[in-house]
Every structure is written in structure tokens, then in C-alpha cells.
Design a protein around this ligand. Sequence first.
Ligand code: ASP
Ligand code: MG
Length: 449
Amino acid sequence: MSLNNLTVAKFGGTSVADFQAMLRCADIVKNDATNRLVVVSASSGVTNLLVRLSQQNIPASEQQSILANISDIQQNILVQLNDQQLSDEISVLLDELAEHAKAQGINHSKSIADTILSYGEQMSSRIFAKVLQSVGVDSAYFDVRQVMKTNSLYGQALVDIEQLQKNAKEYLAPKLQHQVLVTQGFIGQNEQGETTTLGRGGSDYSAALLAEALTANNLAIWTDVVGIFTTDPRITDQARSIKEISFGEAAEMATFGAKILHPATLIPAMRQNIPVFVGSSKEPEKGGTRIQQQVESRPTYRSIALRREQTLVTVKSPAMLHASGFLANVFAVLAKHELSVDLITTSEISVAMTFDNPEGSTQALLNSTVVQELEQLCEVSVEHGLSLIAVVGNQIHRTNGVGTSIFDTLKGINVRMICQGASEHNLCFLVDEQQANEAVEKLHSSLFA
Ligand code: ASP
Ligand code: MG
């Protein structure tokens, strides 16, 4: 078998949630012989449990119940497979996990936290390799830490891409000639040999990096939705799956809230020009979305993304008038606290910026030190409870009437901030959280009718 037509197939947590789900994925792999490298997430729910387990000061009783819970999820799959050797391997891993949890209870460290987080993928990949074998695919488990070397930024580790490319050619490619390999998303290894993780939802990104390193022909992301939609189908039943979309548009969507892909996923794919397919492992026959460089049509409006829980910070200083360096000082404070600004607009003496708020982290930061430090420089006001809506498409910045089409539709809804012009692919604005769904519904029915 040569590698001149290689697909890297990634299966997300819900796709490998239980035995039945894994069987469907195994069929997908089996039905297309180009699927040779398989990247899996942890079975659905496991990483969330591990996150809790990795935290400081977990009561012993809760530790026990989390471990039991994780064990149950894996056991439910194992009973169906009835493979003693595999069951033993998973038991060993569960014992190790219990040890790490105990150690974490005594002396908490970020390094142990990452080690703990890695067990979901360590187990699901071993199990899925066996499920593949059970349907007649010659497959083996591969430990991605042999090739995915990272720095030591635990929880958000950065991958050494050059090293990965070298390692992939040396260790992975020869093995892929002979067997389908099943490996882990999300995890890597630092120079000291400790396990690291790439950030929540990072399995997509792992798969994309591996596809790039192997110069794969395709990257397939199998999840629980039939591709990328024109907007969140939970907001309007008018939402429909997009057949084909360009890298640029899809990247904007991933950044601005469409939760389907980890935002970094498309970067390696774009570098190597690898088409990315997104589909549902539950309903592979329904097709999905193809993301690639060349697309047949480039409509002005492709989709509407919504991101909730945005924080708007406005800084104001008369000293900014005709002054230089003020913005640099403001951004220095933000950079110091590792806060990343999303949207920005300025007027003569004030600047408004938005921040995403993953797991409440930004709000907590902004509420304390950051605002105090900014107040040394200027007046600061902070508003919560906003939603960011991004209209994504093509040539938005050069098309007549875009503003009218969008804002006429939104009559009666207060638009708090507007950003347009930096990208040809989007126009973004903020609205009150309470009016966000209504705004998206109205826009979708007017732009996509
Ligand atoms: N299992 C990890 C998470 O839940 C990585 C992933 O699924 O992409 O974040
Ligand atoms: Mg995911």
C-alpha cells in the first residue's frame, strides 16, 4: 500500500462515545481505503471528568466517584469487545490514572494535570484500534507522543512543527504503509518526556498537524453534525448544511463562534492546501462540508456565526488626542495578562475592545487587576452580557449594500458596536445577549431566504 492517497480521519468525542458509535466510525474507515491514519478524541464526557480530577483539592470521595465514572464509560465498551488483553491494558491505565490523581491531591502541579487529561485519548485510541480489528481492518495503536513534541506550556502546549514533520516521515509514514494506525488527538510530549495537552478541543488541530506533516491528500473531521451550517440550527430550523466553503470563510467562522472546528485546525491544512471534510459519523450518507482553497461559488453571504458572553471594554482618555503610544500602553497591560482582543473600534479619544470569555476566565480577570491597571492610564468601562454576531461571506468589504441589507433587517435591535473592513470575509457587530437569537433569526431569513 503506498501513501500517495492518504486521508487522516479524526473522530470526535461523540463519535467514539460508546461501542455502537465506534462501530459506525470503524465502518467509515473500512469503507474508504485512503483512511490510514485515525486520530481520536476521548470518549464523550471523559475529558470533562478528567479536568475536574486534575484540579486542586478534590475531596477523596469525589475523586473516587470520578474514577468510577470514567471506568464505567470504558467498561461499557469493553464488555462488547470481549478482549481480555485490551481490558487488561485499560485496567493498567485506570490504575495509573488513580495514582496520578492521588499524587495531584498531595502536591498539585500543572504537569500532572496534563498527564491526567491525557488518559481519555490514551484509552479511546487503544480501544478504537481493537474495534477496527474487530471489523477486519488491519490496525494498530500508535502513541502520538513519539512524534508530537511540544514546549512545556501545560494545558496550551505549542507543537514543534518542524520536529513533527521530521518524526512523521521517520516513524509514522513507514508504519502507515502496512497498517491503519490509530492515535491520539489533543496530547503531546515535552523535552523532559512529560505529557502535555494542546488545549480543549485540540484533537482537530492534532489531526490537521499530522495531515500536514504527512502531506496527506485529505483531512476528514467526523463529528456529530452534518458539516458546517449557515447558522446554528438550534437558533433557526432554516439553517442548512453548506456543501463547500473556502478556507478563508471557514477560518472566520471557526474563530467567530461556529463550534464545529477548533479555530487553529485550518492553519496547517491551508499551509499544505489539504481539503478538509466535516461530516457526521452518525449519518455519513448525508455528506457534509468540504473546506478547500478553490470553491465553485463565492457568495456574499455564506453564514452567520454567533458567540455569546462577550465583554466590551471601553477606554477613554483625553490624552489620546493626537498622542502616540497610548494604545501601546493599553495593549501592554492586556498582553501582560495574556488577554486577547477580538474586535476593536476607535474614536478620537476612546477605544472599544471585545473579549471572549472562555469559562468565565476573562470576566474574572477584567473584574480585578486588569481594570485597575488600565485605570492608571485612562477611564475604563466594562460591559458584559453581549453577543458577537459575525456575518461571513466574500468581498463583504467591496459589495454595495451590505450594510443596508444587514442593518435594515435589524430594526428595533440595538447594535452596540460594528467592525468591518479588516477582512474581506466578515462584518461583525455586538448586540445585547437577550436579542442575539432574534437578530440571527431575522438576518438568516433575510440573507438566506
Ligand atoms: N478530548 C479533548 C477535549 O475534550 C480534546 C478534543 O476532544 O478535541 O477537549
Ligand atoms: Mg472536539
